[in-house]
Design a protein around this ligand. Sequence first.
Ligand code: SF4
Ligand code: MG
Length: 343
Amino acid sequence: EAPLVEVKDLKVHFPITRGVIFDKVIGFVKAVDGVDLSIPRGKTYGLVGESGCGKSTLGRAILQLTPSTGGTVTFDGTPITSLGPGKLREMRRRMQMIFQDPLSSLDPRQNVESILVEGLAAHGIGANRDERRKRVAETLDAVGLPRWALSRYPHEFSGGQRQRIGIARALVLGPDLIVADEPVSALDVSIQAQVINLLEDLQDQLNLTYLVIAHDLAVVRHIADVVGVMYLGALVEEASSDDLYVQPLHPYTRALMSAVPVPDPDVEDQRERILLAGDLPSPANPPRGCRFHTRCPWAQPTKCVDERPVLRVITGTSDTHRVACHWAEDIQSGVLQPHDVRA
Ligand code: SF4
Ligand code: MG
């Protein structure tokens, strides 16, 4: 079966302009710069990376909420990157987004019922008001909110409940794909699991396909079938969730994982500690060659600085595990040692 979403060489380059009367383009922020990925139906793709790496822009570009400047997105067989605005709007019912902070994306002057009915009316779903109200009430049940919530306003709810409203607003339209951008990072840890479990239950019941964007590897590990790690506008590694967490291959992924705290304080943490030098470079002026070379503890002169590595499968790992590093084999085998690893 063909994947629901196929992304090929996707680019989102924002022009940087200067000038008072005549804007002159002086460069581009390459927020997304040549991403290939596909999301199978009914599965969850987890997209992780530091803030500023382009993961939110990629998520929005997959829905064409942010226009891409190159490459293609195919949704259920339709190349949506070449659709006109009318057709794209029709398609958008099937591709919904949920956000980190529902309060900023929910209209504070509308009660929950009108927030949900509005989407239905906009997409011409439901023959009349009664049908729409019935559908709204069923959606409320599905996300675990009581019926009395209908007459309340977003600020009257807790963060977790508000995220349920955000999920309901997406769900009421009957989407196939939901892009969830940091869906739990604004919530208390105790509430995070509830929202993640809800998303998983809804996926099982409705065969939903998810793209879950998070800076937190721990969140994605639980929910994702496939994980892509993004750095400065490009994927540096992609693998099944199990493979990635057991055997991260890219130096950046290894560094991200070494930063995840160990849950049990009584168990001695024997994992490697990799400290990255410096901050994320600007996507307006990314390092040439391997974009990670300015921070990579294994970076080698010449090749890492001159040649941009492509995502590839390396010997001895699963053929769905791809990594963009010139030295992945030697790093994996230990032949190449980091310049800077703290035990
Ligand atoms: Fe590090 Fe070089 Fe691999 Fe890039 S290609 S991750 S700089 S070793
Ligand atoms: Mg799942």
